[in-house]
Design a protein around this ligand. Structure first.
Ligand code: HEC
Length: 147
């Protein structure tokens, strides 16, 4: 009897994080440490966004974010990281409304992540499979409006 209680307890302990992940989603990994690998970071940070953040570019970026870019599926309609697919990835998608994260990232670092993905996470490379490099710069102009 005692043993089976212990086994049940252990099973519950093991399964509860899994349950939480499925039902309420995984937590976001600390967003502030850089995601671009050390040896590529300086070059990424030095990249300038070649597309001016005009109202036209921001509107185009929004359309791409919600459409063929598929960003909305994970990052959510308002960028909080709460899209319909967010529960399926661990760690959770970035909350793009976080002003500290926005300040910590250069446009070029966001571009690097969209092009290469964030290694070991659900953030996979989306250029050239889903969007072009030019599309990504428009999306970044839109992402900057979410904070
Ligand atoms: C399948 C889900 C998924 C989709 C689709 C997705 N992302 Fe992500 N994204 C993630 C996850 C998960 C992370 C967190 C990765 C981490 O913590 O390193 C993330 C992180 C990011 C980051 C932050 C990286 C950093 O430096 O902190 C940016 C920028 C980003 N995504 C942009 C986009 C854009 C733009 C799109 C659409 C073109 C997109 N993502 C589509 C899941 C997704």
């Amino acid at each position: 009897m005692r043993i089976s209680f212990a086994v049940k307890g252990a099973l519950l302990l093991l399964l509860s994080p899994l349950f939480c992940t499925i039902v309420i989603g995984a937590p976001e990994r600390d967003p502030l440490p850089p995601r671009v690998p050390d040896k590529e970071r300086a070059a990424a940070q030095a990249m300038k966004n070649p597309v001016a953040a005009s109202p036209e570019s921001i509107a185009k970026g929004k359309g791409l974010y919600e459409g063929k870019g598929t960003c909305l599926k994970c990052h959510g309609a308002t960028g909080k990281g709460d899209g319909p697919g967010a529960k399926l990835v661990r760690p959770a998608p970035r909350n793009m409304t976080n002003p500290d994260w926005q300040q910590a990232r250069a446009d070029g670092e966001m571009f690097w992540i969209i092009k290469n993905g964030s290694p070991g996470t659900g953030m996979v490379a989306l250029i050239p499979s889903d969007i072009t490099e030019d599309d990504a710069w428009h999306i970044i102009n839109y992402v900057r409006t979410l904070k």
